[in-house]
Design a protein around this ligand. Structure first.
Ligand code: ADP
Ligand code: MG
Length: 437
């Protein structure tokens, strides 16, 4: 067994990042080349979630890079680093229910907090810290794409990392239902019950799928009681609050409500922006602030779409200059943005809001009552349309590109300092986008 020079490892990582930007993650820098043995390069990871991700998605990319870096027909394998061997998986094998793989990106470190999710996040941390004691059960609900699965898995990651004495099992509600049906068919209910009732932390995602499943609800009720009575932690998520789950038995509703029920709400603009920055960093993508703001301004419901858009912009930039610019972002957003925003609509909206004439916005007057809304119009034109600086200048009495840039930056700065002003800008932008003008 030999350990190759560090330069080889740097080469391999560099090539993977360069040739497979969509697979690359910030945490790749925590990986280590541990050994080369019989033509196999061993790469050490921090946990099983990382090695599962790498094994499933990145094996070919790393093999190709390793062959290029060494000039040999080597292959690659991923192991959990010896110092970091986490006992929880070993302990859980053969006992609890079959688990879903955890996504290595869904950690507390990668979760952005804001007013929309502060309670759920704080409670999740407390539960991960003291399973079975802090809040039991812990129930997270909210619309699709707002981070329920992310938080559930973050709890599992934290427990696996910090509590080797405890087993946590992350499953989907479907797994529970299918396991139950299978157990009934095979006459193996006792085995099913043993597996589900002897885990320390049971995490079930999308529990709303229990709706209208009478027998599964009955079984889950008993599973719940057994775990709860012995102070085992139960963590659940759903797309609505317990009483809103259709045909959920009253006794289950009251059980779910007996611990902590936390809502994940839609994130505000600041939080969306912070999430884009975080995702970009995780995927090693450089995104200019104006693109962050543009994307966060356009997509305000589902974080999954926010991330999808970032990936799309990155992919489009790869086919062009390799750098993400406002132009590339607008092009990528083009198909998704619904209606194309036109500058006259922006002028109409600003004129109404500030009570100035459209002709003044486009004219030469220099009083503050006119220049401020004019700057606002220019800023919104930059944010919401794909017009060039010159084209925008053309709408405002033939002003040149540096004037447009200056006006836009002035407003950007004011909005950074004044959240109320930012909210007003967002409101105008959303009216224009929704076709109110
Ligand atoms: P849900 O289970 O509620 O449908 P997910 O947990 O699958 O949503 O989240 C969808 C995507 O949005 C995931 O990539 C997740 O990492 C991301 N996401 C959601 N909320 C946040 C947040 N607060 N910070 C960082 N990423 C988030
Ligand atoms: Mg989910």
């Amino acid at each position: 067994m030999t350990t190759p020079p560090a330069t080889v490892w740097r080469d391999i990582l560099g090539q993977v990042r360069l040739n497979h930007p969509r697979l690359a993650r910030g945490w790749f820098s925590e990986l280590q080349l541990t050994a080369v043995e019989d033509g196999v390069i061993h790469i050490g990871t921090c946990n099983h979630a990382q090695s599962d991700y790498l094994q499933q998605h990145c094996r070919a990319a790393f093999t190709e890079a390793a062959q290029a870096a060494t000039g040999r027909l080597v292959s690659v394998t991923f192991d959990v680093g010896p110092a970091r061997e986490d006992q929880s998986r070993v302990a859980s094998l053969g006992s609890g229910p079959d688990q879903l793989l955890l996504n290595p990106d869904y950690t507390f470190d990668n979760f952005v907090t804001g007013p929309c999710n502060r309670l759920a996040h704080a409670a999740a941390l407390a539960v991960a810290d003291e399973p079975g004691r802090a809040y039991n059960p812990f129930f997270i609900h909210g619309p699709v794409g707002l981070g329920k699965t992310h938080l559930l898995q973050a709890i599992c990651h934290a427990i696996r990392e910090n509590r080797s004495d405890i087993t946590s099992h992350y499953i989907s509600c479907e797994t529970f239902i299918n396991d139950f049906i299978e157990a009934v068919e095979l006459g193996a209910l006792h085995r099913f019950r043993y597996r589900y009732r002897h885990v320390d932390v049971l995490v079930i995602d999308d529990i709303q799928f229990l709706a209208e499943r009478e027998r599964s609800q009955e079984e889950f009720f008993h599973t719940f009681n057994t775990l709860h009575q012995s102070q085992r932690q139960i963590i659940l998520s759903a797309d609505c609050s317990p009483p809103e789950i259709p045909s959920l038995e009253e006794r289950l509703i009251s059980r779910f409500n007996s611990g902590l029920v936390a809502l994940l709400d839609r994130p505000c603009l600041e939080t969306r922006m912070a999430i884009i920055r975080k995702k970009a960093k995780l995927r090693c993508i450089e995104v200019p602030e104006e693109v962050v703001r543009l994307v966060a301004g356009r997509i305000d419901t589902n974080i999954r779409s926010l991330e999808g858009t970032l990936v799309k912009i990155d992919a489009l930039s790869q086919t062009q200059s390799g750098t993400i610019t406002l132009k590339v972002a607008l092009e990528a957003l083009g198909g998704d943005s619904g209606r194309a925003v036109k500058i006259p609509a922006i002028l109409e909206a600003v004129s109404k809001r500030f009570e100035v004439k459209v002709s003044d916005l486009q004219g030469k007057k220099r009083s503050k009552a006119v220049t401020h809304p004019r700057h606002v119009s220019i800023f919104l034109a930059r944010q919401l349309t794909s017009q060039s600086l010159e084209e925008i200048g053309g709408y405002f009495g033939g002003r040149d590109h540096s004037t447009v840039l200056h006006a836009s930056r002035t407003i950007e700065r004011q909005a950074d300092e004044d959240p109320q002003f930012r909210a007003m800008l967002d409101e105008i932008a959303s009216d224009v986008k929704n076709g109110a003008y």
